[in-house]
Design a binder for this molecule. Structure first.
Ligand SMILES: [Fe+2]
Length: 246
């Protein structure tokens, strides 16, 4: 998987690579070793979401490594941070991780938390990318339009299913409801078919397991004007890797 990622990075010539890694360890949570593997593969920054707490051993890394984020709108005092300012080619780039509330935890308002952050970050850079980890398309579209013109891009994550609605919003923010996942192409959202079907049939939360099938890489390629912070393009990436198992 990592070799393929490196060839994709070479091909796209991406200056900054962001991956949501909340399920990088057997489909649930992320261990420090898995985070290290992602960094070594060429990923600059890892965002996350509700599953970040599944592997508690990641907490010390969340507290000390600014390259791994948890959603910023968790309650005050939760380990880690949801904001990172990194510099690439002498350009400061802010990455914000927020989480939705519909069908998810009742945490602080992502709209208000996001807006407050922008008041601080706006003085430091115009290039700002938001990973909005949320379930409901309505909530994602609403936040995209709420922040339109104030951020460079809002990229949705969490559902594992890539949406075909990538666009530039009226005031210059790139948007996609969900960028999809990187993992097994088969099964149910990358997890074993039979277990997932039985969870629905029986209404019993059987432990999910990663499907044993060829891999697929999904994501988006953003082009952003450095001076204005506005998005110039957003291009969906979906690449089947038939010979590769995760
Ligand atoms: Fe999630």
């Amino acid at each position: 998987m990592f070799g393929s990622l490196q060839s994709l990075l070479k091909e796209t010539r991406a200056d900054l690579v962001i991956a949501n890694g909340e399920n990088a360890s057997e489909g649930l949570g992320i261990t420090p070793e898995a985070a290290e593997g992602l960094f070594k593969s060429g990923i600059d920054l890892i965002t996350s979401g509700n599953h970040i707490w599944q592997r508690r051993e990641i907490i010390p890394l969340l507290e000390k490594d600014k390259r791994i984020l948890r959603p910023e709108n968790y309650p005050t005092g939760v380990p880690g941070s949801g904001v990172s300012l990194i510099t690439k080619k002498e350009i400061p780039i802010a990455v914000i991780n927020l989480q939705g509330r519909v069908n998810m935890y009742s945490i602080r308002c992502p709209f208000r938390v996001g807006e407050a952050l922008l008041r601080q970050l706006g003085k430091k850079t115009r290039v700002i990318v938001v990973d909005f980890h949320a379930e409901l398309p309505e909530e994602k579209e609403a936040l995209g339009l709420y922040l339109d013109g104030k951020i460079s891009a809002l990229v949705g994550t969490h559902t594992h299913v890539q949406t075909a609605d990538e666009k530039i919003l009226p005031r210059g923010t790139a948007y996609i409801t969900d960028t999809g996942m990187t993992g097994p192409a088969g099964g149910v959202i990358g997890m074993k078919r039979d277990i997932s079907i039985n969870r629905s049939l029986m209404q019993i939360p059987y432990k999910m397991e990663v499907e044993d099938s060829a891999a697929v890489v999904m994501g988006v390629l953003l082009t952003i004007a450095v001076d204005s912070g506005k998005a110039l393009s957003i291009e969906r990436i979906r690449r089947e890797l038939p010979d590769l198992k995760p």
